[in-house]
Design a protein around this ligand. Structure first.
Ligand SMILES: [Zn+2]
Length: 158
């Protein structure tokens, strides 16, 4: 039996770790959205066309101006603009659903006016009535010249 006196081999050089802000070419979420679109028959989309949104969903703008939205665990949703420019949400499980979403938005005749300002809720109304207000309220007129004179007198002592 012989003993070796050789030194340990030199360590193999290691490639530096990628920067912390390194982003993959495609993400798992983009792949999932792309796969969901394929299952629905929407085949003309690109994986990298799915843009991550702040709420975690992904969005891809279609050539028609509509958008497809994907959230994990929910069906695809078409967001199709109508003549008023409002995007109508419509679940999309098949290519026919996407066509129907476009047809529904095209048939929209709503002006989409903003809702009118609601009346105060009954719970708030008694609180407002508890305090006097309006022309018949018990108030006193305020004489500003008296206040100014008082203020000038206070500062003349200092
Ligand atoms: Zn509409």
């Amino acid at each position: 039996m012989t003993t070796s006196t050789h030194a340990a081999p030199a360590p193999i050089p290691v490639r530096p770790h990628p920067a912390a802000d390194h982003r993959p070419f495609i993400t798992e979420a983009q792949t999932a959205a792309y796969t969901a679109a394929l299952r629905a028959g929407v085949t003309r989309l690109t994986i990298t066309g799915w843009e991550q949104q702040a709420d975690g969903s992904l969005l891809q703008i279609l050539p028609t101006g509509a958008a497809l939205a994907y959230s994990p665990g929910t069906p695809l949703t078409a967001l199709t603009p109508c003549a008023a420019g409002v995007r109508h949400p419509h679940p999309v499980a098949t290519l026919a659903d996407l066509r129907n979403a476009q047809a529904d938005a095209a048939a929209c005749t709503s002006a989409h006016r903003p809702p009118t300002r609601p009346e105060p809720t009954p719970a708030v109304r008694p609180l407002a009535d508890a305090f006097p207000h309006g022309p018949g309220a018990d108030t006193q007129p305020l004489d500003v010249t008296t206040l100014r004179a008082d203020h000038a007198q206070e500062h003349s002592h200092g």
